[in-house]
Design a protein around this ligand. Structure first.
Ligand code: HPA
Length: 232
């Protein structure tokens, strides 16, 4: 008899979830997956690893592709197709995000309850918002993630506009993949690792985002492992 379906986990910018893997059964680079482009962004390894966490089969995607790298919707979401083909029934996405709310600071974890999508021409079928199928406990709070195209971080005027969408955090990923999950009937959840406070006078650099995400990774691993153990 087949066991429960594998769980997909996606590690975003700087986030290292390898400690989740108690055992590895297969590992492939993005370049080995037909239709999946290579990632050009620092902090994104570009590997898909199959294995086990707490005796549950998992597919761990280390890094992802973004629209701002010039990839199409099909390329950005190709890894979701791959996981679906491997029998994955639920995917937990993680990402680095800036906080739009004053009660979150770098290192905090936000369980994404819904996503609000900022308009961009490159994704004509973009919905205005997306609902998530499940939320993880043990995060510091829940909130709305606003998807923006990127790659630039926001100006003060843009931060004000995003706050008016009632966004709690902002980032440049995850929404296309959640959309693809909905299209395929795969359940989707997401956690944002807060790497910076939007509107801070300090100039934000990608390497700062990656460093902060990396330092929050062990806690994120604990939160994800505890959730996987509950999925029996
Ligand atoms: N804005 C957009 N994306 C991000 C940010 C931000 O402030 N921080 C990490 N990813």
């Amino acid at each position: 008899m087949r066991g429960p379906s594998p769980i997909g986990i996606v590690a975003g910018s700087g986030i290292e979830l390898n400690p989740l893997l108690d055992r590895v059964t297969q590992s492939r680079d993005f370049s080995e997956v037909p239709g999946l482009g290579e990632t050009a962004v620092d902090g994104h390894v570009g590997r898909i690893v199959e294995g086990y966490c707490a005796d549950r089969a998992i597919v761990l995607q280390c890094g992802r592709l973004h629209f701002y790298e010039g990839h199409s919707y099909e390329q950005v979401t190709r890894s979701v197709d791959l996981m679906h083909g491997l029998g994955v029934g639920a995917v937990l996405f993680t990402n680095a995000a800036g906080s739009l709310a004053t009660d979150m600071s770098p290192g905090n974890l936000m369980a994404v309850s819904r996503m609000s999508l900022y308009p961009y021409n490159c994704w004509p079928q973009r919905p205005d918002s997306l609902e998530l199928d499940f939320e993880l406990d043990r995060c510091d709070r829940r909130g709305t993630y606003v998807w923006v195209h990127g790659p630039c971080y926001e100006t003060p005027a843009e931060v004000a506009a995003l706050r008016s969408l009632e966004g709690d955090a902002v980032g440049m990923s995850t929404a296309p993949e959640v959309m693809r999950c909905h299209e395929l009937g795969v359940r989707a959840g997401a956690i944002s690792c807060i790497t910076n406070s939007c509107g801070s006078p300090i100039v934000l650099r990608h390497e700062d985002v990656v460093r902060t995400a990396r330092s929050a990774s062990l806690r994120l691993c604990d939160v994800v492992r505890a959730w996987i153990e509950e999925q029996r």
